[in-house]
Design a protein around this ligand. Structure first.
Ligand code: EPU
Length: 428
């Protein structure tokens, strides 16, 4: 068990390169199950979610090679192995195995996924989609059993705009007979990325990135090469770091159009930010204005950046409000920020942040991935040493975090925990 140590308070400068998108990667890898020859995905991030999925592909009988961020998966010999327990429980996105295995094998058994605890995270819309396609779905002792004699295209209206349900239904529908129409689909860039891979494999998909997606099922999908999109949430996190403590940070390998809502808010606050091509340049400003944000589905302000953004808001001159309309309980970082001297109160789905405060280093615990990012940003802003535990959450989604921040001049390192510290953390 390790913890992150951050000696904060100094400005950062230099260039940081963004990795491939985690939330694409966790769908692209299961999508390869649908092919009947090898698929290569280029530019995958070096994060634990990707390593766990590699193991799952191997358990299914796939042969996988992974080097220099490129993964080649040969799914030819895969079988529909039941996976009620084990690795599938370690990441929420293992729900994509349901759509992909249903598409290829017409059956699957997948343990209900784990992942970050951000409030209720049902998968009823995924199941509604699979049932509309003709699958029988049951929940037995915490595992979802799916079976279909044949998948048939259907018109599916999502009651909730869901990234996961949109992708999962797409994964099954590419191998259904006839046409599937997904209405009220999510529009996130990761959905377009998955549709691009599937199209390169031979699928017929129109409208990905809009709220109506049309899929004409095909009999067979084959291997291809695909380059993943850059991680807009990792990029957004480094942009926020630049706004908080940057003395000129260049973020490289980013699609600025994916982050328009964040960039517009930062401009409103008075942050110096410019974008050109696939780069964004950002510098802090000592006199930041408070702003309110409300998280929304894409292209609105992403819920995944709400927690990191809250750390930045502690240094603005006045009161800001952050409202999360996507997850009701994504506020576990607030208590930890308070330990660092932040003045924040939570009311319902909103956090009210009073600034400016000068954050002080403290012992804090990351309860989930983006809470971890928020605490790292706070640690970089704070005077003194911040110790962040729970870094297994951060490792799920930020590849080479320490190396990237050191490259910008940050004083950050990993340290082993003593047994006593470990017991303290374990017992809350
Ligand atoms: N929802 C339902 N029923 C469903 C599915 C979703 O009610 O069947 C609700 C959820 O409870 C939530 C909302 O709909 O309130 C949106 O959930 P969505 O399905 O879009 O989320 P997801 O697909 O499970 C992905 C990302 C999350 C990100 C959300 C929202 C992946 C693997 N995860 O989750 O990323 O917060 O979309 O953009 O793509 C993260 O990266 O830290 C992360 C949590």
């Amino acid at each position: 068990m390790e913890k992150l140590m951050i000696a904060g308070g100094s400005p950062l400068k230099g260039t940081v390169r963004i990795s491939g998108a985690k939330n694409s990667a966790v769908a692209l890898i299961p999508a390869t199950i649908l092919a009947e020859s090898p698929v290569t995905i280029e530019g995958l991030p070096d994060i634990s979610d990707v390593h766990i999925l590699k193991g799952i592909m191997e358990e299914l009988g796939g042969s996988v090679s992974f080097s220099d961020s490129d993964m080649t998966i040969d799914p030819t010999s895969m079988i529909s192995m039941p996976m009620p327990n084990g690795k599938v429980k370690k990441l929420r996105a293992s729900y994509y195995l349901m759509g992909a295995m249903l598409g290829r094998f017409k059956k699957a058994v997948i343990g209900l996924p784990g992942g970050c605890h951000l409030g209720p995270r049902p998968i009823d819309q995924h199941i509604k989609g699979f049932e509309a396609l003709g699958a029988q779905v049951t929940n037995e002792q915490g595992a979802i059993y799916l079976r279909a004699d044949e998948l048939r295209g259907a018109r599916i209206y999502l009651d909730v705009v869901s990234v996961g349900a949109t992708i999962n239904i797409m994964l099954a529908a590419v191998r259904a007979k006839g046409r599937t129409i997904i209405e009220n689909a999510a529009k996130e860039p990761e959905i377009i990325d998955v549709a691009t891979l599937l199209t390169n494999m031979g699928a017929k998909i129109k409208g990905a990135g809009t709220d109506v997606i049309r899929i004409d099922g095909v009999d067979r999908l084959d291997g291809c090469r695909h380059t993943i999109i850059p991680d807009r949430i990792e990029a957004g996190t480094y942009i926020i770091i630049g706004a908080a403590v940057g003395d000129g940070i260049l973020i490289d390998n980013v699609i600025p159009q994916h982050l328009e809502s964040l960039i517009a808010k930062l401009r409103e606050m008075g942050v110096h930010i410019e974008s050109s091509g696939d780069q964004v340049f950002v510098s802090s400003n000592p006199d930041l204005k408070p702003v309110d944000i409300k998280t929304l589905v894409y292209p609105g302000f992403p819920t995944d950046l709400q927690q990191p953004f809250t750390s930045l808001l502690t240094k603005t001159n006045g009161t800001s409000m952050v409202t999360d309309t996507i997850y009701s309980a994504r506020f576990k970082h607030i208590d930890e920020l308070r330990r660092m001297n932040a003045t924040i109160k939570v009311e319902g789905r909103s956090a009210i942040i009073n600034g400016p405060v000068h954050l002080q280093g403290a012992r804090v615990k990351a309860s989930d991935l983006r809470a971890g990012a928020a605490l790292v940003i706070a640690g970089l802003m704070a005077d003194g040493i911040t110790e962040v535990t729970g870094i297994e959450h951060i490792d799920r989604g930020y590849g080479q975090l320490v190396e990237k921040l050191k490259g910008l001049g940050a004083s950050i390192w990993r340290e082993g925990m003593t047994q006593e510290e470990y017991e303290q953390i374990k017992n809350g």
